[in-house]
Ligand binder design. Structure first.
Ligand SMILES: [Zn+2]
Length: 301
């Protein structure tokens, strides 16, 4: 994998999305800033890599909590500008946690302000390279991806991973998402990228194979929306477990009555009593090796 000299990728885990640092001749930019509880770690990584330079700007692919949770701390430390997808401007201005998905998912994000917006079609200079911003709806209706034609590199956010893509959240709430994911994959296929830097997981070059897996996954999910809902429930629970390390079983049950997106998914697609749904979700995470039970407590694994 060859990266341009002006570009560095910090591969993080699942709680924090990957960060991409660009050190250009006259401007430094960070794409995405991780989850709020990892913000000190993100700041340390960025500061170390900058080696005395300041961070001038953050650009967010989308505003899920694992992609912009370090915005506030980085801005406070560096006084950097923050650029967000244009469709999110009003929500961030008002810090509408409802519309920004943090309340719906039970996740947290430190409040930040923005200085610039990015629209689909716009070209951004990052690391002395030109990156075209393009709309990537599906996982998030307002997500952007960044495409560098001259280097053949795509920053895909959660629109394409080596193995699939992020949860199709809109469908959980009864909004369209499957066709949007398909259109976004079709768009990505036209690039013939040599390297994709995803929001989670290692950068990869076998883009054609990743696209085939993603189309296959989409077909599987779209054939029965209950599958998408079950996947959404598992991912949301695993995320809360990552953030908290452990959750008593009684609380897991309560999540299905209190976390709005889980309540919605349950009402629409998984009409089972909370206790039953909690038992199913716990078993599914155990089976996947993503959690284990210690007595009455679910522990991250
Ligand atoms: Zn996301």
């Amino acid at each position: 994998m060859r990266l341009p000299a002006s570009m560095r990728v910090f591969e993080r885990g699942w709680l924090s999305a990957n960060n991409i640092l660009f050190i250009g001749r006259d401007q430094t930019t960070l794409v995405d800033s991780g989850y709020v509880t990892h913000a000190p770690q993100t700041l340390a990584l960025v500061r170390h890599a900058l080696g005395g330079l300041a961070l001038d700007r953050i650009v967010n692919t989308h505003l899920h909590s694992d992609h912009c949770g370090g915005n506030a701390m980085l801005k406070e430390s560096f006084g950097c500008r923050i650029a967000i997808p244009v469709a999110e401007a009003d929500k961030v201005r008002a810090w509408d946690e409802e519309a920004l998905s943090y309340r719906a998912t039970g996740q947290q994000c430190a409040r930040f302000t923005f200085d610039e917006t990015v629209s689909a079609g716009e070209v951004l200079a990052m690391g002395d390279l030109s990156w075209q911003a393009l709309g990537a709806p599906g996982h998030d209706p307002h997500a952007l991806l960044f495409w560098c034609e001259e280097e053949g590199i795509l920053i895909s956010g959660d629109a394409l991973w080596q193995n699939g893509f992020g949860v199709i959240f809109p469908e959980l709430a009864g909004e369209p998402g499957f066709e949007e994911v398909r259109a976004t994959l079709d768009l990505i296929a036209t690039f013939r990228a040599r390297l994709v830097i995803p929001g989670h997981g290692a950068p990869f070059t076998d883009v054609e194979a990743a696209l085939q897996r993603a189309y296959g996954r989409l077909d599987y999910l779209a054939a029965d929306p209950v599958r998408n809902a079950e996947n959404g429930v598992k991912v949301l629970l695993k995320f809360l477990l990552l953030a908290r390390r452990d959750i008593p079983l009684a609380e897991v049950e309560a999540l299905f009555e209190t976390v709005p997106l889980l309540v919605l998914a349950r009402a629409r697609f998984l009409p089972r009593p909370p206790a039953e749904l909690a038992r199913w979700a716990v078993r599914a995470l155990e089976k996947a090796g993503a959690a284990r039970l210690h007595g009455d407590v679910l522990v991250d694994a």
